[in-house]
Design a protein around this ligand. Sequence first.
Ligand code: SF4
Length: 82
Amino acid sequence: MPKIVHYRDDCIGCHACIDCASDNWEMSDEDGKSNLKRSVCKKDKFIADISDVEVEKNVEAARNCPVNIIRVLDDDGKEIWE
Ligand code: SF4
Protein backbone atom coordinates (compact mmCIF):
# COMPACT_ATOMS: atom_id res chain seq x y z
CA MET A 1 0.00 0.00 0.00
CA PRO A 2 1.41 3.46 -0.88
CA LYS A 3 2.19 5.84 1.94
CA ILE A 4 2.60 9.55 2.52
CA VAL A 5 5.22 10.80 4.95
CA HIS A 6 4.99 14.35 6.29
CA TYR A 7 7.85 15.97 8.19
CA ARG A 8 5.44 18.34 9.84
CA ASP A 9 7.82 20.31 12.08
CA ASP A 10 9.19 22.18 9.06
CA CYS A 11 5.81 23.00 7.51
CA ILE A 12 5.39 26.70 6.71
CA GLY A 13 1.61 26.48 6.22
CA CYS A 14 1.63 27.59 2.59
CA HIS A 15 -1.51 25.58 1.72
CA ALA A 16 -0.07 24.03 -1.48
CA CYS A 17 -0.62 20.42 -0.40
CA ILE A 18 -4.26 21.16 0.38
CA ASP A 19 -4.75 22.82 -2.99
CA CYS A 20 -3.43 19.64 -4.65
CA ALA A 21 -5.04 16.95 -2.50
CA SER A 22 -7.68 18.23 -0.11
CA ASP A 23 -8.87 14.67 0.58
CA ASN A 24 -5.58 14.00 2.33
CA TRP A 25 -4.56 17.40 3.75
CA GLU A 26 -6.11 20.08 5.93
CA MET A 27 -4.91 23.16 7.79
CA SER A 28 -4.56 23.02 11.54
CA ASP A 29 -6.48 25.68 13.46
CA GLU A 30 -3.95 25.37 16.24
CA ASP A 31 -0.58 26.20 14.72
CA GLY A 32 -1.14 27.12 11.06
CA LYS A 33 0.64 24.04 9.71
CA SER A 34 -0.99 21.40 7.54
CA ASN A 35 -2.20 18.09 8.91
CA LEU A 36 -1.99 14.84 7.01
CA LYS A 37 -5.41 13.28 7.47
CA ARG A 38 -5.71 9.77 8.93
CA SER A 39 -2.01 9.74 9.81
CA VAL A 40 -0.11 8.34 12.75
CA CYS A 41 2.82 10.12 14.36
CA LYS A 42 6.13 8.26 14.48
CA LYS A 43 8.96 10.26 16.03
CA ASP A 44 9.44 13.33 13.83
CA LYS A 45 7.02 12.38 11.05
CA PHE A 46 3.39 11.67 10.29
CA ILE A 47 2.58 8.68 8.10
CA ALA A 48 -0.66 7.73 6.30
CA ASP A 49 -1.56 4.79 4.09
CA ILE A 50 -3.23 5.84 0.84
CA SER A 51 -4.88 4.06 -2.04
CA ASP A 52 -3.39 3.86 -5.54
CA VAL A 53 -5.86 6.44 -6.83
CA GLU A 54 -4.63 8.97 -4.28
CA VAL A 55 -1.00 8.74 -5.38
CA GLU A 56 -1.03 11.15 -8.31
CA LYS A 57 -2.50 14.12 -6.43
CA ASN A 58 -0.13 13.62 -3.55
CA VAL A 59 2.92 13.39 -5.79
CA GLU A 60 1.74 16.75 -7.08
CA ALA A 61 1.49 17.96 -3.48
CA ALA A 62 5.04 16.73 -2.82
CA ARG A 63 6.33 18.52 -5.90
CA ASN A 64 4.63 21.74 -4.91
CA CYS A 65 5.74 21.76 -1.29
CA PRO A 66 8.25 24.63 -1.15
CA VAL A 67 10.16 23.14 1.78
CA ASN A 68 10.20 19.58 0.41
CA ILE A 69 8.78 17.81 3.45
CA ILE A 70 6.30 15.46 1.76
CA ARG A 71 7.29 11.99 0.57
CA VAL A 72 5.04 9.58 -1.35
CA LEU A 73 6.29 5.99 -1.11
CA ASP A 74 5.33 2.88 -3.07
CA ASP A 75 4.72 -0.60 -1.63
CA ASP A 76 8.47 -1.18 -1.33
CA GLY A 77 9.10 2.09 0.49
CA LYS A 78 10.67 3.66 -2.59
CA GLU A 79 9.89 7.28 -3.29
CA ILE A 80 7.43 7.87 -6.13
CA TRP A 81 8.42 10.85 -8.20
CA GLU A 82 6.58 10.81 -11.50
S1 SF4 B 1 2.90 22.26 0.92
FE1 SF4 B 1 4.48 21.75 2.44
S2 SF4 B 1 4.88 23.65 3.55
FE2 SF4 B 1 2.99 23.96 2.41
S3 SF4 B 1 1.38 23.47 3.91
FE3 SF4 B 1 1.82 21.58 2.74
S4 SF4 B 1 3.39 20.47 3.93
FE4 SF4 B 1 3.30 22.58 4.69
